[in-house]
Design a protein around this ligand. Structure first.
Ligand code: ANZ
Ligand code: ZN
Length: 860
């Protein structure tokens, strides 16, 4: 007998599986298809434990489905554009493409070592021109549909390096990560995708996603942020219309001033000569501030009066028009009616600038006095001072006042009910090199002209100079920028911005269905065949943007008749974090590497001597608590790493790394190895059991067979019900113990047990299962076998004969399950005809149960 040595078998089988084309996607998915997808990684260069966990979970699902007879698509690829590659170019002079492809090569090897059953023929890299050509094509589809447009928007501007910064490059104190300069806001003309057109569908269709965690759906719903209310039109004294959005049209009679966003287009016109300087100064100040700062709670209110008035349409009152930065231009209409009695921000503003406050909602059993109020009253009550609404129950929740107000507004043609969304259009322009060039050309005579399909891809130029200063490298490449207008042929210029990398990942799951297509991003039939993704697995950090954008893309592509599905991901599993022990000095706040801690049982800071806090936290470099997949693979092999990860916690829960448990899984695989190789050596072809006749079995064989079929049943159910792989692994351990304890090694049942154990183990620890399967004498791959099914009859426990006594005298016997507990035995006896007959009219004083033998009723 040989020892279990993962290094001997894992590489060998990985190569053989490739040679056999084991993981290739079937050409036609047919009726029974399964699309298993992991969120593809950014090729940073190294796999971390979070990746290993994510991909192992999906791999087990894919492997089980294959054994269950599904045609499985299980692909992998690279989310390969993005900032780190450009930083590597700036810092180390390596071209982004070279850096990226090197990393991809490295990580691909690591994935292969894990024994993940990917169809590598469908691999995609978003930075490859074969892929981004179609990203550009899809962008042009959006443009054609009127869903891509340009407008001015603010960027983070580093005044020293003269470059645009991504949000991640701005420190929390608003300084550039590289130059340290205070970051400014600068307006640039940029491209947007009109995701707001789909806000309603994106919200409503969340209901279709029954296989998604509630938490993720709630996060998406909050992000979309639908509110309902009304548009109301106020007129200025000069007769201009100012439209406002309010969620509380019922409070219109309490609107005592208006506030416009400083960027509102009417501000200039409304500003009187006297107020002009103050307004301009205020606008300049607001322009330099971020939205976060502007809307921060408890911030002292600021603002300036325009000098003009509007007329409140419900009561013809003349009310002043102000500007203030707490009103944002891109929410609602960028203008509000202020109701200080019932809105806290308006209240603070009114108090600060001494503006009138009018109560229109009275709380029940209390009288609000505007002069004495210390804060706004936003709660329920009864409408007052509100003409036609007086006396109506008020409030957003139970009140009828909002509906009544909308009815009044509609009848009087002064407004209408409407919905509003927090969701904004998606700003996709990035002033960067390493991304998809936006395929647009600017011509002096024709304006903005899309690059014709047959000129795609607009490729990234290669000889590029990188420096942290002076903006995007593309914007400096005259040769690349200058081109001919596709429409009139005169000199024109290319757009130099590239796309947000979230666009690349918004359609990759469709490309996998037809990854090599050179004429289209994917053929409709193929996408329809494979999509939706049956199981998507990834991190909760993508709960909002990536998933929302992918849903948006899917709906637009559907509306362009490129695919038929409404939703891309049928079921979503967000796996928990991989945590590990961290050591932190509570005094200095510094993390200490475990290797620097002198005594792990009494951990102290080696420098200061302070006792250290010890707790589990997500693995990360900065906390020195990462465990390198490399180290685990070298020491134990991929199968142990997989088994540990699956065993230690249910997939959606956080997992605490524990070396002893890793070791434990290694030992378990060793036991399985000994068990199966031992059997193979002694019994050889006995393993090929195809049928066991339950009825002719001895009691010991029946008992063992029950354990086998319970394991099959439990593992199958654990896999089916929310992928409870941790309990599935426990069941495998139980089965292995039962086989180890069994004496009848030469029986058919024992052979059936060995065979079932290897089959059930196959999705979890694919290499060792394959090796053992072959040692049992089978020639076809274990991964091509059918998933075992349990026999109901094998599950039934044996029966025993139970004696029934009344006052010590035997009255008869009944048959009961051998597994029945004491209470159950008493119940079986009580329910028996024998007991009923003899106990009629008597009172039971005592019930004596001798397990496995008899029940005695003491009755008088
Ligand atoms: C009058 C009013 C009275 C309001 C009241 C609230 C309470 P949500 O629920 O988030 O949609 N608002 C509208 N547009 C705004 C903008 N561009 N910037 C800042 N605030 C804006 O919030 C809608 C409410 O936020 C609107 O309803 C408006 O204030 C304000 F007792 O109108 B309300
Ligand atoms: Zn032209």
């Amino acid at each position: 007998e040989s020892r279990y040595n993962p290094a001997d078998i894992e590489k060998k089988w990985q190569q053989q599986w490739v040679d056999q084309g084991l993981d290739k996607t079937p050409a036609t998915p047919g009726q029974k298809k399964f699309y298993a997808l992991s969120m593809f990684p950014y090729p940073s260069g190294n796999l971390h434990m979070g990746h290993v966990r994510n991909y192992t979970i999906t791999d087990v699902i894919a492997r089980v489905r294959r054994m269950q007879g599904y045609n499985v698509l299980h692909p992998m690829g690279w989310d390969a554009f993005g900032l780190p590659a450009e930083n590597a170019a700036i810092d180390r002079g390596i071209p982004p493409a070279k850096w990226t492809y090197q990393n991809i090569g490295q990580m691909r090897e690591q994935l292969k070592e894990l024994g993940l059953s990917y169809d590598w023929e469908r691999e995609v890299a978003t930075c490859s021109p074969d892929y981004y050509r179609w990203t550009q094509w899809i962008f042009l589809q959006f443009y054609e549909a009127g869903l891509a447009y340009q407008k001015e928007a603010a960027v983070n501007w580093d005044p020293i390096d003269q470059t645009v910064l991504a949000n991640e490059q701005v420190d929390s104190d608003g300084k550039s990560w590289r130059s340290g300069a205070k970051v400014e806001r600068k307006l640039l003309r940029q491209w947007f995708l009109k995701i707001t057109d789909y806000a309603d569908q994106l919200l409503a269709d969340l209901d279709k996603l029954s296989g998604w965690p509630e938490r993720v759906k709630t996060m998406q719903a909050n992000w979309i942020g639908k509110s309902t209310g009304a548009h109301v039109v106020f007129s200025t004294e000069d007769g201009d219309d100012i439209k406002i959005y309010t969620t509380r049209p019922d409070t219109l009679w309490g609107a005592s001033f208006m506030v416009l966003s400083p960027e509102h287009p009417l501000v200039e016109k409304l500003t009187t000569a006297d107020q002009s300087d103050a307004i301009k100064a205020y606008q300049d100040m607001a322009a330099g501030m971020s939205e976060m700062d502007r809307t921060a709670e408890n911030r002292e209110k600021t603002g300036v009066w325009t000098g003009s008035y509007a007329i409140n349409p419900v009561n013809e009152q003349k009310i002043p028009i102000w500007i203030a930065d707490y009103v944002l231009m891109d929410y609602g209409t960028g203008a509000i009616m202020a109701v200080p009695a019932h809105d806290q921000r308006d209240f603070e503003f009114a108090r600060k600038f001494d503006l009138p406050i009018q109560v229109v909602v009275q709380p029940e059993g209390e009288v609000l006095d505007a002069a004495a109020m210390e804060e706004a009253y936003p709660h329920d009550g009864v409408m007052v001072n509100s003409g036609p609404l007086d006396g109506i129950p008020a409030g957003k929740g139970k009140g009828q006042s909002v509906a009544a107000a909308i009815k009044w507004l509609t009848e009087h043609k002064k407004g209408e009910g409407t919905a509003n969304y927090r969701l904004r259009d998606w700003l996709i322009s990035r002033q960067r090199y390493w991304g998809v060039p936006i395929p647009m050309i600017y011509c002096d005579s024709c304006g903005t002209v899309p690059v014709p399909d047959d000129q795609l891809p607009v490729e990234l130029p290669v000889d590029v100079e990188f420096s942290a200063r002076g903006g995007s490298p593309l914007a400096k490449m005259a040769d690349w920028i200058n081109c001919k207008c596709p429409s009139c042929g005169t000199d024109a210029k290319r757009e130099t911005d590239t796309m947000d990398t979230f666009i690349d990942s918004s359609w990759y799951f469709l490309r996998y269905a037809d990854a090599k297509n050179e004429a289209l991003p994917f053929e409709k039939d193929k996408a329809d065949d494979w999509l939706a993704v049956d199981q998507y697995v990834g991190g909760i950090e993508h709960a909002i943007l990536h998933l929302l954008y992918s849903r948006f893309f899917t709906k637009v592509l559907r509306d362009r008749n490129l695919v038929s599905i409404d939703e891309p991901f049928q079921r979503l599993l967000t796996q928990g974090m991989v945590q590990s022990m961290t050591y932190k000095n509570p005094v200095t706040g510094k993390y200490i590497a475990p290797s620097d801690v002198t005594d792990l049982n009494d951990p102290k800071d080696p420098e200061t001597g302070d006792p250290l806090q010890v707790f589990y936290e997500k693995m990360s470099k900065s906390k020195y608590n990462g465990v390198e997949p490399r180290v685990v693979l070298d020491k134990y092999g991929a199968d142990t790493a997989r088994m540990f990860i699956l065993f230690k916690a249910p997939p959606e829960k956080d997992l605490e790394w524990d070396d002893a448990d890793v070791e434990g899984q290694f030992r378990f695989l060793n036991r399985v190895w000994l068990l199966v190789t031992g059997f193979a050596a002694n019994q050889g072809s006995k393993a090929r059991v195809t049928h066991v006749e339950q009825n002719s079995l001895s009691k010991t064989d029946k008992d063992l067979r029950r354990a086998i079929h319970i394991a099959i049943k439990e593992v199958s159910e654990d896999v089916e019900a929310g992928y409870q792989f941790n309990t599935a692994v426990s069941e495998l351990m139980k089965l292995s113990n039962a086989l180890k304890d069994a004496k009848q090694q030469d029986s058919d049942v024992y052979a059936e047990g060995i065979q079932s154990l290897v089959l059930l183990l196959a999705p979890f620890a694919p290499h060792i299962a394959e090796e053992l399967w072959q040692q049992l004498g089978f020639s076809e791959s274990v991964h091509r076998q059918s998933w075992p099914t349990f026999e109901q009859t094998a599950l039934v426990a044996d029966e025993i004969t139970l004696v029934i006594q009344i006052k010590g005298k035997t009255r008869g016997t009944i048959s009961v399950p051998a597994s029945a507990s004491k209470d159950e035995l008493a119940q079986y006896a009580r329910d028996s005809d024998i007991a009923k007959k003899h106990l009629e009219g008597k009172e039971i004083k005592k019930v004596i149960v001798v397990p496995g033998k008899l029940v005695n009723f003491v009755a008088i």
